[in-house]
Write a protein that binds this ligand. Structure first.
Ligand code: FE
Ligand code: ZN
Length: 524
């Protein structure tokens, strides 16, 4: 071995040893022959850690035994250390053809059913250009801190937390719990983490030792400005982290399906006005809703849809990014909304349509977003079966709590947690649920309105969490919450092509509100 390779091998060896594993030289050699040994090693350690009985020595036989789980890591990569919390979305049925018979049985015609829908909470209309002074950021953060502290304290393991100012150092190690906002996170040279935590009483810097692999993994997933509880031990001025707790969704959460077998269709990101809006695919979807497509069971399935939930980006908008006008076929924002009206009027009237805005829509960009103003979308306001709400919106349908949010912050989540990818937007949504906040990080791509009340704390646990924005479909069930990203009706744009984003347009998740079963239908 050349010395360069030797030093690589000893680096790998260290990696294993620091995580508590011995490793044979045959395994090291094998790893060095692989293309991306670093990430492979990470995955091996991660998989070994998850096993109920972790091995002492990583052998070739062990590698063979875990190979399938390493290869099969394309989905929900971001959430695999919490794998036990996931159920297969009971189950997701993917269908590429409308010709086969619908898998759903006993569905009833939605037009024979009264809509049962109440709006629980949504941001009110505000001036589009409301400028709030930066000093108000402190109030927003204080509101966030207080709400999330309350949620954290519902956990039995966070009860003994003390204010940061009350921490005292002594010559002996002493255990403490603190609840604070993560104001800084940095990886240490040796692979641990340095965190700065702030509460209203003060600030403290804490260290996640690199040898505590599971805590390092938790730290890796933390989002800037999220509120967490830290268990740690303090001696003199050193504070070592022993555990990190999030507000989380309690494991006991569950929801009861609607008493009647009807469905909701979840869509988002139409981007009407863009040359890439898939007009014909959308028309096909509407025909399906009318019960005009497929065999008898398929038609019945389409007719059972009572609710159409649209999670933002109805139009492409104008002036959103440089040179956008080249990709517009409708260059006037009012006319873009007129076209949305024309399209949605084709949806059967017995279907209740709920609309929230996205970052391409004509409303305030800072979150929370007020509803698209009537001035732009008069047609939509006049339709008796349409409700125009803000983002996020909490609604109740047949006693099922649905949280609709455009998902603007998913970009920031994907960017700050390297193991979560755009292809699995559902994993990113799960991180928001665990943080109990729809957009924790200030100063990223997501702009937050500096309001005195933090509207984005997920105070009430939804039964269904619906978002869009990533243009990629994703469905999962996390601790009883059905998490759905509804993709898009816009084909890959030139911009997306350049930055290597591959959307999955034209796939619509339909949820049976009675059985909770999600079927993803590809209309494209
Ligand atoms: Fe979009
Ligand atoms: Zn968007």
């Amino acid at each position: 071995m050349t010395s360069r390779i030797k030093s690589k091998a000893s680096e790998f060896l260290k990696e294993f040893i620091s995580s508590g594993y011995q490793v044979g030289s045959d395994v090291l050699e094998l790893l060095m022959s692989k293309e991306q040994p670093e990430s492979l090693i990470k995955q091996i350690i991660e998989t070994a850690n998850q096993l109920p009985k972790s091995p002492l020595v990583i052998t070739k036989e062990f590698l063979n035994s875990i190979e399938p789980s390493i290869k099969g890591k394309t989905r929900s990569v971001g959430t695999d250390i919490f794998k036990r919390d996931f159920e297969i979305a009971s189950p997701v049925i993917k269908r590429d053809s409308l010709l086969q018979d619908a898998p759903e049985r006993n569905l009833i015609d939605a037009k024979d059913v009264e809509a049962e829908i109440t709006i629980l909470k949504t941001p009110n209309s505000k001036k589009i250009t409301s400028k709030v002074p930066i000093e108000n950021l402190a109030n927003l953060f204080l509101s966030r801190y207080n709400k999330l502290k309350k949620l954290l304290q519902e956990r039995s393991d966070t009860r003994n937390s003390v204010p940061i100012a009350a921490l005292h150092s002594s010559d002996e190690w002493e255990d403490f719990q603190i609840i604070g906002m993560l104001t800084l996170k940095a990886e240490t040279k040796v692979g641990g983490y340095f965190l700065e935590i702030e509460d209203p009483s003060g600030t403290i810097q804490v260290i996640v030792p690199q040898k505590e692999y599971n805590i390092v993994r938790k730290a890796e997933r933390l989002l800037d400005d999220q509120v967490i509880c830290i268990h740690g031990a303090m001696r003199k001025s050193a504070f070592l982290v022993k555990d990190i707790l999030l507000p989380e969704i309690p494991t006991t959460h569950t929801w009861k399906g609607a008493p009647i077998p009807i469905c909701a269709a979840l869509i988002s990101d139409l981007h009407v006005g863009s040359a890439k809006f898939l007009n014909e695919v959308f028309a096909q979807f509407i025909s399906w809703l009318k019960g005009e497509v497929g065999g008898e069971k398929e038609r019945k399935f389409g007719r059972s849809v009572k609710y159409l939930l649209i999670a933002g980006d109805l139009v492409e908008g104008i002036g959103i990014f440089p040179n956008q006008e080249k990709e517009l076929i409708i260059k006037d924002i009012y006319r873009q909304y007129d076209e949305v009206g024309t399209l949605l009027k084709k949806v059967p009237e017995h279907i209740e349509i709920i609309i929230i805005p996205g970052n391409h829509d004509a409303t305030r960009q800072a979150l929370p977003q007020p509803p698209i103003p009537r001035e732009f979308a008069a047609d939509l306001y006049e339709m008796p079966n349409v409700q125009v709400l803000g983002s996020p919106a909490y609604i109740n349908i047949h006693n099922i709590k649905v949280l609709m949010d455009h998902g603007r912050s998913l970009d920031d989540v994907v960017e700050s947690i390297p193991i979560i990818e755009t292809e699995t937007p559902d994993s990113a949504m799960v991180e928001l649920l665990r943080a109990r906040h729809l957009a924790p990080s200030w100063g990223g791509k997501t702009t937050l309105a500096h309001e005195p009340n933090d509207f984005l704390v997920i105070e009430e646990i939804p039964d269904i969490f619906h978002a869009g924005h990533t243009h990629t479909n994703g469905v999962t069930v996390y601790r009883g919450v059905t998490v759905i990203n509804s993709g898009a009706f816009q084909d890959q744009t030139n911009y997306q092509k350049r930055i290597n984003i591959n959307p999955t347009p034209g796939i619509v998740p339909i949820i049976n509100l009675n059985t909770k079963k999600v079927t993803e239908i590809n209309f494209n």
